[in-house]
Design a protein around this ligand. Structure first.
Ligand code: PLA
Length: 462
């Protein structure tokens, strides 16, 4: 089918200023804004042919497609790549860099890949639900191998296209099977959550989370909003290392959150994108999820191996639905598979094999834990250095200690949109407009420069 049409009804081609004349083109419906048959229905054709005649310009049926704005997070990396200033620093996307600011492939990943090559694994399709060894490993990593929900086969696990794809699959499930429920997301949250639920047609609203006055958790607001939500809502919670704030509830606060969810008959929906990356311990970072499972909730959990195994581009993660019985889990899993099949058919195998090999081999597993601690440790040390530099250099008396209290990859600086703009325009520090910086992309050597940029932006820009 022709996607470009040319004037076909005009007697003579119209010359565009300075451009060659257009050829008389492909035959199209002759009646101007006529009718075309689309899947048996008569639909009114767009009047683009008429316009083409009027201006004599080559037109596309996609003329009305507007330019999409750059992605607020991944668009920052594009802008960074285009910048030629040698001082430039990319603190936009949450991607781990070495002290030399180079991407890092974990040694355990290289070892697992070597083993895979030696074994000569084939490239056959995976089942729709993914690699069995991966699904087993990922649920055990999340809940603990001896978890009763796993032992009683109450967990429906489906390999997903990393965290994002797993969240999207769960959102499609909610849309199909809980069509009258809404999802509550924290304010603020990872920017893509809203896109995911919007595209899946799941209504959402926000619950209070961040208190700008204390640069801490607005626990009262959070509880009040969760209480006020219609019973049976899904409450999206960040399992650990809340993005973008870096502020997590304490264990006592998690217990209270669970009380309210129980009272209201809400379903917890965890996004676990940073297990092991927040504290350096896989078990510690799974505390909240395990608490809810232990208390008998049915729980959704999306997992990602982008950060903790550095498998960003392998797109490996999972959606787990902890159900009240193995029978329900079987049915839920069958429907997740049914949703996945027309979307992407079945998931990619490479990352799944890496995870299964690393978790399944005791030596590689302990090596992984050591590497993860090292990565988490490097982030903690730049966090400390940045705080030291800010406190020493800023003579205004401002308290920067909130930076030390935040955990995970990010720091939420409290800089507003124009201050963040100054960071980029004047200092070539690329970051998201919400004031978030990825400490995983910062080196000790660059902390002082960053502190100067923050102090200037904070005090000299409104
Ligand atoms: N959930 C949260 C809370 C995240 O922060 C991210 C990634 C994901 C899910 C999805 O990651 P995945 O699909 O790669 O598994 N957030 C990043 C990258 C690190 C991004 O925006 O895609 C971020 O910079 O916020």
């Amino acid at each position: 089918m022709a996607s470009l049409v040319f004037s076909s009804t005009s007697a003579s081609p119209v010359a565009l200023r300075g451009r060659p004349k257009l050829a008389i083109g492909v035959a199209q419906p002759q009646s101007g804004a006529g009718h075309v048959s689309v899947r048996g229905k008569d639909r009114k054709a767009r009047p683009f042919i008429t316009r083409a005649v009027a201006v004599g310009k080559k037109v596309s049926r996609f003329d009305d497609v507007a330019m999409a704005p750059p992605d607020p997070i991944l668009g920052v990396s594009e802008a960074f790549r285009a910048c030629t200033n040698e001082l430039k620093l990319n603190l936009g996307v949450g991607a781990y860099r070495t002290e030399d600011l180079q991407p890092y492939v974990l040694n355990v990943v290289k070892k697992a890949e070597k083993l895979m090559l030696e074994k000569g694994d084939n490239k056959e399709y995976l089942p729709i639900e993914g690699l069995a060894a991966f699904n087993k490993a990922t649920a055990e990593l999340l809940l603990g191998a001896d978890n009763r929900a796993i032992q009683s086969q109450r967990v429906a696990t489906v390999q997903g296209l990393s965290g994002t794809g797993s969240l999207r699959l769960a959102a499609a499930f909610i849309n199909r099977y809980c069509p009258n429920s809404k999802v509550l997301i924290s304010s603020p949250t990872w920017g893509n959550h809203k896109n995911i639920f919007n595209d899946a047609g799941v209504p959402w609203s926000e619950y209070g989370y961040y208190d700008p006055k204390t640069v801490g958790l607005d626990f009262e607001g959070m509880i009040a909003d969760i209480k006020a939500a219609p019973s049976g809502s899904f409450i999206l919670l960040h399992g650990c290392a809340h993005n973008p704030t870096g502020i997590d509830p304490t264990p006592e606060q998690w217990t209270k959150i669970a009380d309210v969810l129980e009272e209201k008959g809400h379903t917890p929906f965890f996004d676990v994108a940073y297990q092991g990356f927040a504290s350096g311990s896989l078990d510690e970072d799974a505390h909240a999820v395990r608490l809810f499972v232990e208390r008998g909730f049915e729980v959704f959990v999306a997992q990602s191996y982008s950060k903790n195994l550095g498998l960003y581009s392998e797109r490996i993660g999972a959606i787990n639905v902890v159900c009240s019985s193995s029978d329900v889990a079987n049915r839920v899993k069958s429907q997740l598979k049914r949703l996945a099949r027309p979307m992407y058919s079945n998931p990619p195998v490479h990352g799944a094999r890496i995870v299964a090999n690393v978790v399944g081999d005791p030596n590689l597993f302990s090596e992984w834990k050591a590497e993860m601690e090292e990565m988490a440790g490097r982030i903690k040390s730049v966090r400390k250095r940045l705080y030291d530099n800010l406190s020493q250099k800023d003579k205004s008396g401002k308290d920067w200690s909130f930076i030390l209290k935040q955990i995970g990859m990010f720091s939420f600086t409290g800089l507003n949109t124009s201050q963040s703009g100054n960071m980029t325009n004047k200092w070539h520090v690329y970051m998201t407009k919400d004031g978030r910086i990825s400490l995983a992309g910062l080196s000790l050597a660059k902390c002082e420069y960053l502190a100067d940029a923050i102090i200037d932006s904070y005090h000299n820009v409104n």
